[in-house]
Design a protein around this ligand. Sequence first.
Ligand SMILES: C[S@@+](CC[C@H](N)C(=O)[O-])C[C@H]1O[C@@H](n2cnc3c(N)ncnc32)[C@H](O)[C@@H]1O
Length: 191
Amino acid sequence: MGQRLSQIVLFNGDIMAGDSQWMLPSEIYDYLCQKFPNGGTILEFGSGDGTAILSQSFEICSVEHDEEWAKKVVTPCHFIPIIPNEFSTTHQQIGWYDVEQVKGVIPEDLDIVIIDGPTGTIGRHGILSIVDFLPKSAIFIIDDVHRDEELDLYEKLLQWHGGKGLIHTAQYESGEIRQWASLSPRGVEQT
Ligand SMILES: C[S@@+](CC[C@H](N)C(=O)[O-])C[C@H]1O[C@@H](n2cnc3c(N)ncnc32)[C@H](O)[C@@H]1O
């Protein structure tokens, strides 16, 4: 079966192209561009077609568990394998990126952390192993919080972060509802 490629027009007129089932909802691009009109630095967990879109406006460093996907991305993308992780195990998940390797690629002066990987079938709770290496001054985006596991992760990250959390609703092209969450430091304009 062929890949479902689609094109979405962003608020600034740019065209987003790729398989929208896998990409971040376009609302996240709009949200980040409005919050950071002069760009910024992103650490993205889970790369894909949407990474190239983000790179038009941001410096982006991606972490990717699938070597094939890591090769497809033209921006800096670190292939980091999935290994056992204590938080993953606690949440009956397979594992997470090798924590020691992740610690070695976290950019300085990070503005945004996007949690969109690894795939939901592997699980994303392993990020809780490295939160103390991530700046609370950053905005965190957690995709797929319409799913129970990602919603639980968002709630745990919110508790750690102590900032303002918001759940945003969007739609897949099919019309099905999808949700993503933002965590902002207190004092930052919160929408
Ligand atoms: C939800 S995707 C990440 C999507 C990415 N943040 C974006 O906006 O394009 C999570 C994982 O699925 C894989 N993946 C990415 N795009 C895919 C696609 N079009 N089809 C199948 N797998 C994909 C990659 O291994 C990625 O780490």
